[in-house]
Design a protein around this ligand. Structure first.
Ligand code: BG6
Length: 483
């Protein structure tokens, strides 16, 4: 296991919100090596090491509150040193870092993608990417296919793919891994996992949070590039991929790649029917008044996107995959809903065939994690003289006593141990961008602007058919935004 963790972007939101809390939890649970050390790097100058530690403690507490064990965080900070470096000047890296070449070092670039190449080149020049050093890259890898290709090529010139780890924190969520268990550990589901039995698949990532302080980054990316290109496509791949012959990283990644390559590209004719873009206006979220998204001048990005994706292969022909994500929506909810086709012949009076709820598999990732299979059963009541059916969930919840690990905990452990299975390969990133570019190009060609929606609603009205059925109902009645 590697024991040196070199963190770029140490004063950023991600560091305080996820990275330090995750490392503190791992340290508390004694899952890190005895000589584990963090070398934190950012541009900001702190007068002393103590000043950095105090500042970080306060920041983590403000961001993560009780979710972090503050004693473990203090212990972690005793193993942390801070160096101020101007990251756009990679030549300064070697002299400033004073780390030995050939150490078991994991360098994590939790910085915007335009800094990946200069930092990697600086690390290489300083000898800090020599075997066995590893490089961990935060998402997004670039902003489109062209920039992703450039980044991947420049990274490949610094360090071989076998020592590169591209992080997508959704792959570290326990329920996401459970998807693999569910699909490939059970005869029952795999037998009905195709167009023959499945009507539609809905993937929803609804956030109540707004862009909040990330306007600079977000105005260049929008929901399509920030969420769909990575998190949502990874979920789609795990639902749609063919069964791999083994669970090793490359066998699974080969199967995910096939799905990405089978996604039907968008064009200017299909985009208006198959997608909705939205941008939130002032409204009320969780009883709190919130402002609208303040776009950086000259940009026009969406904070909400709904897409109907089609996977052009034998298994999925004709099955829509509805992908919806947005900020400042009515509730925080991340879920995958697989809706099965109706039974072929309906025998019952109550409910009528049209009102009967179809079988559904509901995988909830947030805020709570659980999996439910909704099946029809009898609402036994002989006094009514008729058989009445109701939909009831079979519940596969995780034992409530087990603490839920932050996704980053799992991913850091895997990267420190050199396990690639939950990281994204270069060709996957490129195939995902290729599809995303087709959407961005189609929007541009069709002059397809984001429609306003009220914060606290379910997005623009036009998005209702793209939402999983219970939300679609609420959305149809939600308040309308003024343009
Ligand atoms: C990040 C995005 O990757 O994921 C954010 O950049 C988003 O905009 C976040 O809020 C959502 O993550 P989670 O785990 O809270 O669903």
């Amino acid at each position: 296991m590697h024991e040196q963790f070199l963190l770029f972007g140490a004063t950023g939101d991600l560091a305080a919100g996820q990275v330090f809390p995750a490392l503190a939890n791992l340290l508390r649970d004694r899952l890190l090596p005895a000589n584990f050390r963090v070398h934190a790097v950012a541009k900001h100058p702190f007068e002393t090491q103590e000043a950095f530690r105090d500042w970080l403690l306060e920041r983590v507490h403000a961001r993560a509150g009780d979710a972090v064990d503050m004693d473990a965080l203090r212990e972690l900070l005793q193993r942390t040193d801070y160096t101020s470096i101007d990251l756009s000047k990679p030549e300064a890296l070697g002299a400033a870092l004073k780390l030995k070449t050939g150490t078991r070092l994991l360098s994590y670039l939790a910085v915007p993608p335009d800094l990946f190449v200069p930092i990697a080149q600086g690390l290489k020049a300083a000898g800090l990417l020599e075997d066995p050093a590893r490089l961990l890259l935060e998402k997004p890898i670039g902003r489109d296919l062209a920039s992703a290709l450039e980044i991947n090529a420049a990274i490949a010139a610094c360090v071989p793919e076998s020592r590169v780890f591209r992080l997508d924190h959704y792959l570290g969520k326990a329920t996401v891994q459970n998807l693999l268990a569910l699909r490939f550990g059970n005869t029952l589901l795999e037998a009905v996992w195709s167009r023959r039995w499945i009507e539609r698949v809905d993937i929803l990532v609804a956030e109540t949070a707004g862009v909040d302080g990330r306007e600079q980054y977000y105005s260049r990316y929008g929901a399509l590039r920030d969420m769909v290109q990575n998190h949502m496509l990874q979920l789609l791949c795990l639902i749609a991929m063919e069964p791999p012959s083994a669970l090793d990283a490359d066998t699974v990644r080969d199967q995910k790649l096939m799905v990405l390559r089978a996604l039907r590209p968008f064009n200017a004719q299909s985009a208006p029917d198959e997608s909705v873009r939205g941008v939130y206006q002032a409204g009320v979220v969780g009883a709190q008044a919130v402002g609208g998204f303040s776009q950086i001048e000259g940009q026009s990005v969406e904070t909400f996107v709904a897409l109907r994706a089609h996977i052009d292969n034998w298994r999925w022909a004709g099955v829509p995959f509805n992908l919806v994500t947005g900020k400042r929506l009515a509730t925080r909810s991340t879920q995958i809903v697989v809706t099965f086709k109706p039974v072929s012949h309906w025998l019952f009076e109550k409910p009528r065939r049209q009102q009967a709820a179809p079988n559904r598999l509901l995988v909830r990732l947030q805020p709570e994690e659980n999996i439910e299979l909704h099946l029809m059963s009898s609402l036994a009541g002989p006094e009514w003289g008729a058989m009445e059916l109701q939909s009831l969930p079979l519940n596969l919840s995780m034992a409530p006593t087990r603490r839920r690990r932050i996704a980053y905990e799992r991913l850091f452990l895997d990267a420190l141990n050199g396990r690639h299975a939950l990281f994204v390969r270069d060709d996957e990133v490129e195939a995902a961008w290729q599809w995303i570019d087709s959407i961005a190009d189609a929007w541009r060609a069709a002059d397809f602007a984001p429609q306003p929606y009220v914060a606290g609603s379910w997005g623009p009205r036009a998005a209702a058919p793209f939402l999983p059925p219970p939300m679609a109902h609420t959305a149809a009645a939600s308040p309308r935004a003024s343009a």
